[in-house]
Write a protein that binds this ligand. Structure first.
Ligand SMILES: Cc1ncc(COP(=O)(O)O)c(C=O)c1O
Length: 365
C-alpha cells in the first residue's frame, strides 16, 4: 500500500505572514526551514507506516538511537523552482528517488518505493508553496533523509527507521554567489576508498570530509577536491559537488562513476547537454599531473563545480601543498564562455525559460 503523507489533524497549513519578509532578502543556504515536514516510520516486520505531513518540529531522540552512534543515515537534496507564472516545478526528482534507494541499499537501510519518496516531496512543496521564493535564482530546497532510530547499541542494521522530508528557501550556496571559486586539493585526506560509501549520499561521507574542508578554508578556498585514497593521484570530486573540465580540444571531461564518487544529477544533466554546446562529453580518469599541466599549458581552459546546491560554479584556481610549499594554478578562463553557457542553459530549463526536450521538469503547484 502506498503512503499518502496527508496533513495530520490539527496541523495549520497556512504559513505565518512574517515569512514573506524573509523571502525578499537573501535566505542564504540551509539556514531557514519551512513550516511542515513529511515523516514516515519503518520497522522490521511492519514495513513503512505512520506517514504524515506535520508541523516542522524537533524529533524526540533516545540517547541510544543507532544513528547517533553508527551514522546509519542517508539523504538527498533537490529543489523546487517558482516560475514567472507562480507555478512550482521539480527538476528530475525521479533521479533523486532512485539514488536514495541506491544509498539505502549501501547503508543497509530499507528501500522506500520511489512513488512514496516523490509523494512526500510533492506534499511538502504543496503545503509550503508560500515558502518557495520568487526572487531570481532562489528556490525551495528539499532535504529528504532516512536514519536508524532504533535504540540499540549492537552493531547491525537497525530494525527501526525514520524517513522525513524538510524544506527551506535557499539562495546561493556560496556566500559570494556565482563568483568563481578557488579549490584546495587534498592529498592527505580521503572521502572514500575502494568498496567504501563514496557513491552513496550518506552523512558519514560528509563528516569525513570536514577536516579537509576546514583546511581548504584556511587556505582561502571555498571547496576541497578529493583524490583517490590509494595513490592520491586521481581526481575524484569536491566535498559537495562534482568537477567538470572544459578542454581546448572541445571536450567536457569529468571523472567516471567508479564507485568512489556521487553520481550527481547535475553532472548527468550536463553530460547530456554538452553536445548542444559543441562539447564532446567524456567520462574518464583525470590525474592530478594532467590537471596541473593541462591548466598551465592551456589545454584545460575552464573548470566548474556542479551540483544541485551550487548549480554550476566556475573554478578560478586550484591550490595544493607540495613538499616545497603551496602552489596554485589559475584557469585560463575563470567563468569562461562554456561554463556560463551551460549554467544559463541548465537554469533556463529549470525555470521553464528554455525548452525541456529531455522531460526533466515536472509541475507540482
Ligand atoms: C559529494 C557530492 N558530489 C556531487 C554532488 C552533486 O550531486 P547532485 O548534482 O545530484 O546534486 C553532491 C551534491 O549533492 C555531493 O554532495
Amino acid at each position: 500500500m502506498s503512503l499518502s503523507f496527508d496533513l495530520a489533524p490539527g496541523t495549520p497549513s497556512t504559513p505565518p505572514a512574517e515569512i514573506a519578509r524573509l523571502l525578499y532578502g537573501d535566505p542564504g543556504f540551509g539556514r531557514l526551514f519551512s513550516d511542515h515536514m513529511a515523516v514516515a516510520a519503518w520497522s522490521d516486520g511492519r514495513g513503512w507506516h505512520d506517514d504524515r505531513l506535520q508541523a516542522h518540529a524537533p524529533f524526540q531522540f533516545a540517547p541510544g538511537e543507532a544513528v547517533l552512534h553508527y551514522a546509519q543515515e542517508i539523504f538527498e537534496g533537490l529543489k523546487a523552482y517558482r516560475r514567472d507564472d507562480d507555478s512550482i516545478w521539480l527538476f528530475r526528482p525521479e533521479a533523486n528517488a532512485r539514488r536514495f534507494n541506491q544509498s539505502a541499499d549501501r547503508l543497509a537501510l530499507p528501500r522506500l518505493p520511489e512513488e512514496d519518496f516523490l509523494r512526500a516531496v510533492r506534499q511538502v512543496v504543496t503545503v509550503d508553496a508560500a515558502w518557495a521564493p520568487a526572487a531570481a535564482e532562489q528556490t525551495l530546497y528539499l532535504r529528504p533523509f532516512m536514519f536508524a532510530s532504533e535504540s540499540f547499541l549492537g552493531v547491525r542494521a537497525a530494525k527501526e527507521v525514520v524517513f522525513a522530508v524538510i524544506a527551506g528557501p535557499a539562495g546561493s550556496y556560496f556566500p559570494r554567489g556565482p563568483e568563481p571559486v578557488d579549490i584546495w586539493v587534498t592529498t592527505t585526506y580521503s572521502r572514500s576508498g575502494a568498496g567504501g560509501t563514496g557513491a552513496a549520499k550518506c552523512g558519514g561521507n560528509y563528516a569525513s570530509s570536514l577536516l579537509a574542508e576546514r583546511q581548504a578554508h584556511d587556505h582561502d578556498c571555498q571547496q576541497v577536491l578529493f583524490t583517490d585514497a590509494a595513490s592520491h593521484e586521481w581526481v575524484e570530486e569536491l566535498g559537495g559537488m562534482n568537477l567538470c573540465l572544459v578542454t581546448a580540444a572541445g571536450q567536457l571531461v569529468t571523472p567516471p562513476l567508479d564507485g568512489a564518487i556521487l553520481a550527481g544529477v547535475t553532472r548527468d544533466s550536463i553530460l547530456q547537454l554538452a553536445p548542444r554546446h559543441g562539447l564532446e562529453p567524456v567520462e574518464r580518469p583525470v590525474s592530478l599531473t594532467e590537471l596541473w599541466s593541462g591548466v598551465k599549458s592551456g589545454s584545460i581552459v575552464e573548470a566548474f563545480a556542479c551540483g544541485t546546491a551550487a548549480v554550476i560554479t566556475a573554478v578560478r584556481s586550484f591550490r595544493q601543498q607540495f613538499e616545497d610549499g603551496i602552489d596554485e594554478v589559475r584557469l585560463p578562463q575563470a567563468n569562461g564562455r562554456q561554463t556560463q553557457a551551460l549554467r544559463r542553459r541548465l537554469i533556463d530549463i529549470q525555470w521553464g525559460r528554455s525548452a525541456d526536450d529531455f522531460g526533466w521538469t515536472t509541475r507540482v503547484v
